[in-house]
Ligand binder design. Sequence first.
Ligand code: HEM
Length: 457
Amino acid sequence: MFSELAQAQAEDRLFGFYMWLFSKPPPDSQNFIEFEIPPFNRLLVTRDPDHIKTILTSKFSDFGKGPVFHRIWKPFLGDGIFSTDGKLWHGSRSLIRPMFIKDRVSDLAKFERGAQAFMAQLPNSGQTVELMGLLYRATLDITTEFLLGHSAGSLDNPELAFIKAFDEVQKTQMRIAVMYRKEYQRGIKTLEAFIMPFVEKTLALTAEELEEIGKSDKDFTFLHGLASFTRDPKVIRDQIMNIPLAGRDTTAGTLSWAFYELAAYPEKWARLREEVLSTVGSHKAPTYDDLKNMRYLRYTVNETLRLYPALPYNTRAALNDTTLPGGPGRSDIAILKGDAFADPSIFSPEWWYNWQPQAWNFVPFNGGPRICVGQNFAMTEMAYFMVRILQRYERLEYRGDWGHSFTRPISSRGPRWECPSPCSRLWEKREKEEEEAMRDDEARGLSWHPPRPPLLL
Ligand code: HEM
């Protein structure tokens, strides 16, 4: 099961894999599957909203990342917020939380600098650009500037040692079996070599100097915030390592998918642009309130997260003997007046005007005490980037291979949302066809990559 999961992930077939998995259990338990897998005694996979709510809130202390997860991630993330539980996690959360309060996030200067550096890389109208790669570099630069007061500068220099090391460490980390390779260890050293001089410089400041900087929005960084709570360089190093991992791919991936979908719907692009132009005009930088008030923009980001959740699955280990609510716990299907049984696999920000997901059915940032601490930062950053691009470009066009992208079982594309029982055969047939197509491509020397989202003009 783990190797199938890893393979599905490597081939961008995660959604298909989980749909297939959930087509297996008996009809009275379609949201919950149990496996016996040595060396783990039991592995439980659930998509039941009641289970998720229980794990993340009412029985929060019974579940955690667990000791295995902590050990695997330790060389990279140390004892930082992502990989720890209990007191260690709580300490990290208390350290980091103040850096994400509204006053810090709503200072939009960092997003404006990031957006301008990004826009400077976009070509003139009519030319093609590989947007996704640029977005990954832009969000890394913004995150490092927020953390250290110094951008990694990857937009200007894609060959930067820091970005290469970050990619290498992240990629290797995902492949548990080949961990601790030399490149991985070297990568971690490169990341530390970039980060530690900033840590040392900050630790050289006196408490009074730190307090003074804390009063200024302009000079204050995450690092200053950490240093005013702890003088331990290892604690600071660990927290700093965790944030780019949390903040880069999530926002860059979501923005890439948003533009990918919007390229298919010129009328939605026009509607969004109309909202942006009537709220902020064609040049003015948006304020924090502008971003909050643009409903269609917010719904577009929500809709992207609904179809392409940046964290499509999550793991927890039981830390104590405990229980989960029994029964199938299936939620009612909401049918709205005038609904024509809209297809939920279709990208449609319009849904959100009249529809509220039921509690615990839509949790892109999780919930409970461990809810994404960067949620507001992420939503502001994504909205900001979208506004700046919408202001500049009247039209967006995808210049990849639509047919190719659409027939691949990428994340939530493909025959999704079908009821498992009558459709599972269809699903399996579809999977077989796709496997064949992939083998065919490989035989012709064409390995498949996720679609390269789009290109502007
Ligand atoms: C589309 C954007 C994002 C999504 C969908 C997202 C989603 C999530 C989710 C689901 C978790 C919970 C993970 C778990 O419990 O295992 C999480 C945790 C976290 N996120 Fe985000 N995130 C996003 C962006 C960001 C950004 C931009 C930052 C920081 C700059 C950030 C910082 C964090 C941190 C530090 C945690 C750990 C919280 C904890 O364990 O207490 N995230 N995120």
